[in-house]
Ligand binder design. Structure first.
Ligand code: GLV
Ligand code: MN
Ligand code: MN
Length: 409
């Protein structure tokens, strides 16, 4: 076994190099060339620190240290390798880097664990290339639907083609394996919001992750000349999109906290200043701890769209729902254990819900889970400005490492 001296920051800086150089910050989308290089790097790193390194059929990297108890399941830890477009260098990958460093240190300090530990670098969580989320964790729990293979990205490449190329690139060097069933799952992540910093707390212990739904709305109208088509004869999909979004925003504000409604992506075609568009396509992302509120809002989207179609002949609105996950509560025993560790290490902590989605909420369907946060400076995330201090990254590792030790040794 070679000696690898790495701090979390050094590892994060190295992995941040695997990015689309044309974009600001980090852009590493599922199965793209930078994603392949990043997963290869982790597989090699796993080998260097004495872990069995392989990947599964969807490209999740699995780094395993078999326990002395010869169990056929594993304490599972990790997070995701993919990013949003123009991301920072912490979202997801902080959890993978911390898991690797914590295990490397535990092995050096205490030798092999009693229980098998596997680190997962999940292939995808964000939904930023194909309209599908949590591919990696859904595969781990055998809940990946078959119909994702026909999905296409913005360039027209299918999920199936992109996956085949990526798996081929990894297969030349590393073994294709299956993850062991998780007996427990733990993840550490940056908070991605302002609460810990505002409260001056060092560690966030997550109690529950909010439910979320995501949709793509496609509005088709009549493409025509901007100068010759009178206003009363237009079927303008962009203006209809604006109307729909505005009506939804008004209701969203009435629902109030903790409901959030986001339109983060929009495409207009043909996208020219003197042309009434043919099509406007946009995303909707809604989240709330109360699933009933989300269902109410979902029904509202369908109802308002139907009314707009009835009011304007020639207008077509299609709504495709591609994410629908419920609220998930983290394991209470683990929440208590994490509080005890924070007290023992004299670190301040705060119990909180997570408004961001995490692989934890998927694995929570089949195994007890724990999710820890470290503070995000100015609460910024999904941005190149995402930042967490070295001190806080290390404090998070201290708690995470102790938690894994308590579970596995
Ligand atoms: C993932 O980062 C999400 O919550 O959108
Ligand atoms: Mn994210
Ligand atoms: Mn994340």
């Amino acid at each position: 076994m070679k000696t690898v001296n790495l701090t979390i920051n050094q590892l994060l800086d190295q992995i941040a190099q695997f990015t689309d150089p044309e974009t600001e910050g980090v852009t590493r989308l599922l199965y793209d060339e930078h994603w392949i290089e990043a997963q290869k790097f982790l597989l090699e790193l796993g080998q260097m620190i004495g872990l069995d390194s392989g990947f599964d059929q969807v490209g999740n990297v699995i780094l395993t240290k078999f326990g002395t108890a010869n169990d056929e399941s594993a304490i599972t830890i990790g997070s995701h390798i993919d990013s949003v477009v123009n991301a920072g260098k912490y979202d997801g990958i902080y959890g993978v880097a911390t898991a690797i460093i914590a295990i490397k240190e535990l092995l050096a300090e205490y030798g092999a664990p009693k229980k098998t530990i596997q680190i997962l670098s999940f292939c995808e969580e964000e939904g930023s290339r194909f309209p599908f989320t949590f591919t990696g964790s859904k595969n781990l729990i055998n809940q990946l639907p078959d119909d994702i293979y026909q999905l296409v990205d913005k360039t027209g490449e299918s999920f199936e083609e992109a996956q085949a190329k990526a798996i081929y690139a990894l297969k030349n060097i590393f073994p294709l394996v299956s993850a062991l069933p998780p007996t427990a799952y733990a993840e550490i992540h940056i908070e991605q919001g302002p609460v810990l910093e505002r409260l001056n707390k060092e560690i966030g212990i997550v109690t529950a992750i909010v439910a979320q739904k995501r949709f793509t709305v496609t509005i088709n109208g009549k493409n025509n000349h901007a100068g010759t088509t009178p206003m009363w004869l237009r079927v303008d999909p962009l203006k209809q999109a604006v109307k729909l979004i505005h009506q939804l925003e008004v209701i969203a504000l009435k629902i109030g906290e903790p409901f959030v409604f986001t339109v983060g992506e929009m495409a207009i075609s043909p996208n020219a200043s003197n042309v009434i568009p043919e099509q406007a396509k946009f995303s909707i992302d809604i989240r709330h701890t109360d699933e009933k509120e989300l269902l109410f809002f979902e029904e509202l989207i369908y109802k308002l769209a139907k009314t707009q179609m009835q009011e304007l002949a020639g207008l077509e609105i299609k709504i495709d729902k591609w994410t629908d996950v419920g609220t998930e509560e983290m394991n209470e025993t683990y929440i208590e254990a994490l509080q005890a560790i924070c007290k023992e290490k004299q670190l301040s902590f705060h119990l909180m819900p997570s408004g961001a989605g995490h692989d934890t909420q998927i694995v929570n369907r089949i195994a007890p889970t724990a999710l820890l946060f470290v503070p995000s400076v100015d609460g910024i995330s999904h941005s190149p400005q995402e930042f967490t201090t070295t001190e806080n990254l290390e404090k998070g590792k201290t708690v995470f490492k102790q938690f894994i030790y308590d579970l596995a040794y």
